[in-house]
Write a protein that binds this ligand. Structure first.
Ligand SMILES: [Zn+2]
Length: 220
């Protein structure tokens, strides 16, 4: 079973270790799905757990060279697995995604996506495609999902999102033109909301929530 060094956490060297699925839980400990920790542990610990799962999954799925099929070797000098036969190097994969708050006067656009649990409303988000800048992606996702044009796109902050290997990059953007027209596939309903009448919004740890909290603080 694999063990990978993750770096230090509060000055203590930390490792990710895989155990057999039938391994007994040590006394006073429990195996838990990562997602269930989301609102229970603090952000630093959640990020470490996310990193552990991503590193183990990457190592597990890059044991053989994708070009020539030779067994790869873990590098001792950087986080990569290298093919000793053809030299192909694989780094841990990260899929950047953008998430954007669209602002119109003192209103924010919130959307209910088909995959959201219960009646939650969140921000427009999506994966960056090859050939796109982050700003291109913001514009494309918003046009595709709710049919409006935005401008004045500015960076808000980012968050690792280990489900399974994303980096969420948060933005604010101003409404430019168009009427809300949901795609009906991913987004089933979207509307403009004001700080005083928000629907159910995402949990505390998410960047979506941080952006919405920022909006409420600044637009109330
Ligand atoms: Zn190879």
């Amino acid at each position: 079973m694999r063990t990978l060094y993750l770096g230090t956490f509060e000055d203590t060297p930390s490792f990710a270790a895989e155990v057999r699925s039938d391994a007994a839980e040590p006394e006073g400990m429990a195996f838990r799905p990562l997602r269930s920790l989301y609102d229970e542990v603090d952000e630093d610990l959640f990020h470490l757990a996310g990193k552990a799962i991503q590193m183990l999954a990457w190592d597990d799925t890059h044991q053989y060279c994708g070009r020539c099929g030779t067994q790869t070797v873990l590098s001792e000098i950087e986080r990569s697995r290298k093919c000793p036969n053809c030299g192909l190097v694989n780094y841990p994969r990260l899929a950047p995604a953008v998430i954007t708050a669209i602002l119109k006067d003192n209103q924010i656009l919130l959307a209910h996506a088909r995959h959201f649990q219960n009646n939650m409303y969140g921000l427009i988000a999506g994966f960056v495609e090859p050939g796109e800048t982050l700003e291109d992606c913001v514009k494309r996702e918003i046009m595709e999902e709710v049919g409006i044009k935005v401008n004045n796109i500015r960076y808000f902050g980012s968050q690792q999102w280990p489900f399974p290997h994303s980096l969420m990059v948060g933005f604010l953007a101003d409404y430019e033109s168009g009427e809300i027209t949901v795609d009906g596939e991913e987004i089933v309903h979207a509307d403009w909301f004001e700080p005083g009448n928000l629907p159910v919004i995402p949990a505390n740890v998410s960047i979506a929530r941080k952006i919405i909290d920022w909006y409420v603080e600044n637009y109330s």
